[in-house]
Design a binder for this molecule. Structure first.
Ligand code: GSH
Length: 316
């Protein structure tokens, strides 16, 4: 028995000897590598380096390779987002936000509907003068500079601070409640809202997206909370917006500002794209001022809503 074990260990040691020797030599004395080993090491380093450089860039920022259009009109915004569905013109609140901003700022744009991810691996994104740009907030900052737009010009610095806090609460906190509701707790209904064919559901083709969202929620931290805890968090967020809005027509006063694009994006999803959910109830029943606010924004900036969604108009 011990002889057998001894032989087995010897065979295992022999099996690992060459790579083990190369690895050890690499970390001790490179000059002792044979020419063959040196070539192997150099090629591996080059390959790994190229892959890392392509994916992460030189500043450590991970990039997603996007296919840019061959021809473009200078100064025109090509807006990439998922196609409208019956429930809502865009299923991502960040798309609703960006497109609402473009409309508020009167910036002409061409929608390019699809599911291709932008340079940061997320949607929505834009192409502008032959370059791809990701993140709705950074895109808005860029377009403000590029087009000389300032939807916040009437705001004091303190107002701007409040408006940023509400925007970020909606996008970095409330948003995840929607992600949990849609992708984790009601995964079956995702297929209906997304209007994908039955085969996608049967083959479970959306399961990898669900796993990614679960991982993202865990990394964010909200994924460590129970369903009840997350629903409590979302409720407090939505009620905070409702309280602050009060009887004002728009979040910061009489005229709409940038924060309204962002909050409308989040709240319109709750109203229209989560049928039967506690979020829909929060906005439409518990906080009637938010329901009126969503309708106000929708009527002002989305006269083509029904045309886009081909859906019966809701009663406001
Ligand atoms: N900060 C980004 C967030 C965009 C975002 O999270 N988009 C989601 C869709 S709602 C996405 O692309 N998720 C894909 C992923 O995270 O892999 C923005 O403002 O545009």
């Amino acid at each position: 028995m011990s002889e057998f074990l001894g032989n087995a260990q010897g065979a295992q040691a022999a099996l690992y000897e060459t790579p083990k020797t190369s690895a050890l030599l690499l970390f001790t004395d490179l000059t002792q590598l044979s020419p063959g080993q040196a070539v192997l090491v150099a090629v591996s380093v080059l390959l790994v380096g190229t892959v890392l450089r392509t994916c992460w860039g030189t500043d450590g920022q991970r990039r997603n390779k996007v296919k840019l259009r061959a021809e473009f009109t200078p100064g025109k915004v090509y807006y990439h987002a998922p196609p409208p569905v019956k429930a809502i013109p865009c299923l991502t609140p960040f798309g609703m936000k960006l497109e609402t901003y473009l409309r508020m700022a009167d910036i002409p744009y061409e929608p390019v509907y699809g599911w291709s991810m932008g340079p940061k691996g997320k949607i929505p994104w834009i192409e502008y003068n032959g370059e791809a740009m990701g993140d709705s907030g950074l895109i808005i900052e860029f377009l403000n500079r590029e087009k000389g737009v300032d939807l916040n010009q009437s705001l004091s610095d303190a107002d701007k601070a409040v408006s940023r806090a509400f925007t970020k609460m909606g996008e970095e906190n409330t948003y995840w409640g929607g992600a949990r509701y849609r992708w984790i707790d009601n995964f079956d209904t995702v297929h209906e809202v997304l209007e994908v064919s039955w085969i996608v559901k049967v083959l479970g083709l959306l399961r990898p997206v669900r796993s990614t969202i679960r991982e993202n929620m865990w990394a964010h931290g909200i994924g460590r909370h129970s369903r009840d805890e997350i629903e409590g968090i979302v409720e407090k967020d939505i009620k905070a917006v409702s309280t602050f809005l009060g009887t004002k027509p728009y979040l910061m006063g009489d005229e709409p500002t940038e924060a309204d694009a962002a909050l409308f994006g989040q709240l319109a999803e709750a109203c229209f794209a989560f049928p039967g959910s506690y979020m829909e109830r929060l906005v439409t029943v518990d906080c009637p001022n938010l329901q009126a606010y969503v309708n106000r924004m929708k009527n002002r900036y989305w006269p083509d809503w029904d045309e886009l969604t081909n859906k019966t108009p809701i009663q406001s």
